[in-house]
Every structure is written in C-alpha cells, then in structure tokens.
Ligand binder design. Sequence first.
Ligand code: ADP
Length: 495
Amino acid sequence: MNPALLPAVRSFLSSPRQLLIDGEWVDAKDGRTFATVNPSTEEELVQVAHASSVDVDRAVVAARAAFESGSPWSKMTPRDRSHLLWRIGDLIDAHADEFAQLEALDNGKRVEAAREGDIAIAAELFRYFAGWATKMEGTSIPMSVPGREFHAYTRREPVGVVAGIVPWNFPLLMACFKIVPAITAGNTVILKPAEQTPLTALRLGELLLEAGVPAGVVNVLPGFGDTGAALVEHHGVDKVAFTGSTEVGKKIAAAAAGNLKKVSLELGGKAPNIIFNDADIEAAIAGAVLGGFFNEGQCCVNGSRLYVQRGVFDQVVAGVAAAAAAIKVGDGFDPTSQMGPLVSQEQHEKVLGYIGGAVRDGAVLTAGSADRVGDRGFFVQPTLITGVDEQMAVQTDEIFGPVVTAIPFDTEDEVVAAANNTVYGLAAGVWSNNIGTAHRVGARLRAGTVWLNTWHADDVTLPRGGFKQSGWGRELGSFGLDDYTELKTVIAELR
Ligand code: ADP
C-alpha cells in the first residue's frame, strides 16, 4: 500500500464498498462485486458492489418515495436546500485531500491535479447552485380575452426521479454535474458512476448523508453498462442525464423512448484548434499543449485536431513536439510526474492502437510513440502526429488519450470547412491577434464552446454542451437548471 495514503483513505479502501439506496449502505441483491484498479500500478484497490436491475428497482422506489409530496425532501424550503448545498460544498473542501487521493488512485490523474481541479470545482459547484435554489422564478404573463380577466403565471417544478450516468475522466466532478443541478431543483437522483472509477462518488454519498440530505434523495449504484441500461429503460425514471460516448448516447436516446423520459446528453468531441499566422505563437503553442494533453488527453473538449496556418506550421509543430517530449509521465502520487496513466487497460490498448494505426497509414510521430511507457501501469507518452489526412482514424475518431494531430492550412474558408467536417461539435478554438479574424472564425465554428486565444478557461457559471452529435442540452450556468425542471403554466380566471 502507498505510504503517502491518508488514514481516511486507507480506511475507505479496507472493506468492500456497497450501494447507497434509501440512505443505507447495502450489498447488491445478487451479491455481485467488481474490482476497481489503480491504473498506475494495475493493482486492485477494493471490491465494489455491482448493482443489477433488482437494485435499480429498489433505488427507483426509494427515489420516488423521497420525491413524493409530503416527504421530508418535498417539504424542505428552497432556502433549506440552499443551505444544505452550501454545507456539502464546505464538507468537500474539508475532505479535499482525501478526495484527491481517492481520485488519483482510482483514475490515475495526479493528486495535485485532482485537488486543484476536480475536487475544488466540485465544491464550488455546490456553492454556485446553492445560490440558484432560491431563485427559480416563474413569470406572470398577460392574456387578452375580451370581457374576461385572468392571472396566468409559470412555475418551475422538478422533473422527478433523475438517473445520472457518468464517465471516468472526471469521476467526482461528473457525478456533481448531475447531482447538484438535480437536487437544487428539488429532484431526487440515482447516480451510476463509471465502472472504472466508482470510489469518489461513493465517498460523496457518505458526505451527503452526513450533511443531512434525506434518505432516498441521492442513491449511488456502481455497476457497468448493464446497470446504466436498466436505469435508462426503467419507467419509474423521469429523466436521464448522461455524459459519455456518442455511441452509448445514441443507445440511451433510443432506450429512453419507452416512457419518453427526458434525456440530456453530453457526448464525444474532436475539437479543432486553429492557429493563424498572426497569433501570439508562444501562447498558442502553450495553449495547444494544454488543450491537447490536459487530463492525460481524456477530456471531451480537448483540442485534438490542430490546424496551423502554413507560415507558422513548422514553428508550432516544433514547439508542441518539444513540450510533449518534455512531459514527465508517471504515477499520480509522484510529485515530479506531470502526467499520469490512462484510466484502464482497455483505454491504453485503444490509444496505442490508434497511434500504431496512424504510423501504418503513413503518418509521422513528431513526438511520442506507439509503444507503452514502462512495463506496468497504463502510461502513454504525449504524441503529436503530422502527415495526417482528413480520412485517417486518428483524425476522425475521438481517441480520448494524449494524441494530437497537426495539419497545415492556407485560407480561412479552407480551415473553417475542415474544422467543421466532423460529426462532433463540443468545443473549438482560434488563435489570432486580429480581433476580427478571431471573432468571425469563432462564430463560424459549429461547437458549443469556442475559445479565442485561450483553451480550457472555464467556470461553473458557463453553460456547456454540444452541437451535432456531441449532445442534447446544456449543463451549468444559468441555463443548467432548465433540463432539470418542468415548466408549468397556471391560468386562473378572476371571477
Ligand atoms: P467511455 O467510452 O468514456 O467509457 P461510455 O459511454 O462507454 O464512456 O460510458 C459512460 C457511462 O455509461 C459509464 O458509466 C458506463 O457504465 C455507462 N454505460 C455504458 N453502456 C451503457 C448503456 N447501454 N446504457 C446506459 N449506460 C451505459
């Protein structure tokens, strides 16, 4: 066992983790468990209960009962909910080191990156939405019916039981992206963490109970795709909020048709990062490195397709390649590491397969390698690929690893067409010191988030989501509650 581990983390890993249903920690009804693995060492961390459709039924009954009028949750005032949310944010902060270690063990990312990024933002998310709990206002709307008088108004009401299904790249943060807006609006939640990274969501479940979230309001069901599918098919679930692959997103959209549950989807991306000749080249290179390799490349808004205007192509490629080669890849607990491993063996094989495939197709590895780094752990050296054409798999597919392609371009029209030539539309970026070029090209890019002369600049106040096959709906910011509320119109005749 890693000597740096906090006692609280050791204790959390010392016994099998269970499901959270109706405020109780319980085994899966059929007793199934699975191992969660440390991607830096490939060692098993702990066994975790694997929820089946029977457990999904139990959780739906609990979440429904917690939602119904007359329940403690339904009787909480918006102010009570606001205070509760704030309290949870503070509790996460108080346990931040513990969460950071658990996240680093389970996902592989650096402890420091988890601490400063995932965990700090998760806490802030609770505090940001604490403010919205008391501000979910309706409107009063005039009616024009001759000879009669009406008072018409709208109310924003919770949707009901929300299933949140999340991926492994930002495990705690993605769980909070679903739980926080859902409970802010008064819904109840069943969260299914990713099978690769269930630990921080389970630890959060403990803190939610400690903070005073009533039983059944948030249930946590670890499991695989079968658990997610059982939630999506369940007629007692009113809404699914999903983040993950476009492939699974399509399955969810189809499976949700049974009871026409509401669906919001945050799916894959293959973001173009466009650097013009007139950009601040030093800043653009640094942005391309951060945009391409952040979170071990496992981030759906990473700028994985670099388009560089011909006048600065060689300079940018040389700069990004030098930076990529200098990144020290290693265990997330080693303070000298600058990048951790990929999350799983499956992901490791997939990413190395894409790099090897590009080499076989005739592309050039300007930095990085198709070989694994070290003989243990799922490490990959950040890779920059040139000599790529638009048809190659590395250029069309979301790889979800530290792999960036670079292609030269000549004109604005040419690069806009190439950048938009993808089924995805999650993020895009432009580097130019000409304000007109930056804003004009930004407007022409078909993506939910566009960065101009920056990358990964972010805040919980900003809505995010995808155009095209990158999803349905928007999360966070003032728009982030819309998908978690039903709008009711009330018409009263004044007699
Ligand atoms: P990734 O490719 O990033 O692993 P996935 O889309 O495969 O992303 O998985 C994201 C989440 O969706 C995980 O929690 C996974 O268990 C869950 N999942 C996988 N298949 C299904 C499915 N058919 N229905 C519902 N959830 C699923």
